[in-house]
Design a binder for this molecule. Structure first.
Ligand code: MN
Length: 195
């Protein structure tokens, strides 16, 4: 994502809710309030930072402090919201990507179990990620707060937000329930195209 006239724009949502996984109320706060604040704060902090004109990923790689936190959260939420859809391309319909998951995790079920487990056990606020390393191997990482795998030289492919604001209205303290409810809404064509 590139800035336009020095400002990053908020991505628009193409859906109003995702069944029992994410309600419209959660989306209205998560996208309309939380992401909006991160975008506004990023755009306030960018002028004079020396990072004007760079892509969002480059800002995240180089920024520190408050600028890093807000740029990271804009990048993280953009990847998160864009990967979901009520009308997905299923993983079986993207066999070249399904094969990579089976190669690196043994089975799709083993991957999902590991991904959910990493999301459920992340202490505090953060994100669980599926990324590709420089050799193209798929890896799962836990990242705290606003961190993104690009800072580790990885290519981010899929992420589940485990900040409480992502699930508390719908699932209260049941983070594992929220994580397992997201799978039917992951558009694997979007995920595979990030590779
Ligand atoms: Mn969030």
């Amino acid at each position: 994502m590139m800035p336009i006239n020095g400002q990053f724009e908020m991505m628009s949502l193409s859906y109003a809710e995702l069944g029992s996984a994410i309600s419209g109320q959660t989306l209205s706060f998560h996208h309309g309030k939380h992401l909006k604040a991160y975008v506004d704060n990023l755009n306030k902090a960018l002028p004079g930072s020396g990072l004007e004109g760079l892509s969002l990923q480059e800002v995240v790689k180089r920024a520190e402090g408050g600028l890093f936190n807000n740029a990271g959260q804009v990048l993280n939420h953009t990847l998160y919201f864009q990967q979901f859809s009520p009308n997905v391309t299923a993983l079986d319909a993207v066999p070249e990507f399904r094969d990579l998951i089976v190669r690196d995790f043994g089975s799709v079920e083993a991957f999902r179990t590991a991904f959910e487990q990493q999301g459920a056990t992340l202490f505090g606020s953060g994100w669980v990620w599926l990324s590709a390393d420089k050799e193209g191997k798929l890896v799962i990482t836990q990242q705290k707060n606003a961190e993104n795998p690009v800072t580790m030289g990885l290519t981010p492919l899929l992420t589940f937000d485990v900040w409480e604001h992502a699930y508390y209205l719908d699932h209260q303290n049941r983070r594992a329930e929220y994580l397992s409810a997201l799978w039917p809404y992951v558009d694997w064509r979007v995920v595979a195209d990030r590779l």
